[in-house]
Design a protein around this ligand. Structure first.
Ligand SMILES: NC(=O)c1ccc[n+]([C@@H]2O[C@H](COP(=O)([O-])OP(=O)(O)OC[C@H]3O[C@@H](n4cnc5c(N)ncnc54)[C@H](OP(=O)(O)O)[C@@H]3O)[C@@H](O)[C@H]2O)c1
Length: 232
């Protein structure tokens, strides 16, 4: 095993669950110093220590709250990598039936949350560090009922390329997962048509974040990890 993540301080916002938690486990095993954050991560400290390992730090803050972000970042100090996997809540709906307030809230979490966090945290990222944002298949392929996620994810992909220029030499990349969770028989049936014939595990998606953190020459890029789902 290489030592590229050994003693690296990695702030994982959205790290208390799902893909973020899977990244935390892998990065911890690779010798990283993990800081897990989400709205309730500190309250789940014992559970997260059991899941990831003893030497983790946990912070509770909401990515939509500037005050909470600033207070937490002051305590966290310098980091090497910032990974953001905070997931917004949105009910799938046709555009004409979409609840505008809910769509704006999803934007506030997933787009403005990542934007605000990076604006506040980038000065704390050490040399050779990186930022990894998360988008999703709805930005790669258009599905009925997912127009809100399509525009949020596409906006983040443009934002990533802009940041790769403006924040260099900090590297800025994206992981775009396909179908991971929640599992349902309907999604699993649909996934049989994918070239790889199934949905992904959070661990398989986590591999892409680890790869991007370790790769010194990748910036402004989206790694799509969808088993070929966008091609059908
Ligand atoms: N799962 C999939 O199939 C899939 C597919 C495509 C794309 N994605 C994308 O991948 C990312 C991770 O998804 P996931 O399925 O792993 O999510 P998840 O299991 O639901 O976990 C989401 C994480 O975000 C945190 N969070 C939510 N709102 C937050 C806020 N306002 N401020 C701070 N933290 C917040 C949650 O913790 P708290 O509740 O404690 O805040 C939790 O740690 C998301 O961007 C999602 O859109 C997922």
């Amino acid at each position: 095993m290489d030592n590229l993540l050994k003693n690296k301080r990695i702030l994982l916002v959205g790290g208390s669950s799902g893909i973020g938690l899977a990244v935390a486990k892998q990065a911890y095993k690779a010798g990283g110093e993990l800081i897990l954050a989400s709205r309730n991560a500190a309250e789940k400290n014992n559970e997260l220590v059991s899941a990831v390992g003893h030497n983790i730090e946990t912070y509770s803050f909401d990515v939509t709250s500037e005050n909470e972000i600033v207070t937490a970042l002051e305590k966290i100090g310098k980091i090497d990598h910032l990974v953001i996997t905070a997931r917004p809540y949105i009910t799938p709906a046709l555009f004409v039936e979409t609840n505008l307030k809910q769509a704006q809230q999803a934007f506030a979490t997933k787009f403005w949350g990542q934007y605000q966090l990076i604006q506040k945290a980038h000065g704390q990222i050490r040399q050779n560090g990186s930022i990894i944002m998360t988008t999703g298949i709805a930005g790669e392929k258009i599905y009925k009922n997912f127009s809100t996620m399509a525009i949020i994810n596409s906006a983040i992909e443009a934002f990533c390329r802009a940041l790769a220029i403006e924040l260099a030499p900090i590297r800025v990349n994206i992981v775009s997962p396909g179908f991971v969770t929640p599992k349902s028989s309907q999604v699993e049936k649909y996934a049989e048509q994918f070239p790889l014939g199934r949905i992904a595990s959070p661990e398989e998606v986590a591999d892409a974040y680890i790869y991007l953190m370790k790769s010194p020459y990748i910036t402004g890029t989206t790694v799509v990890i969808d088993g070929g789902a966008r091609l059908i």
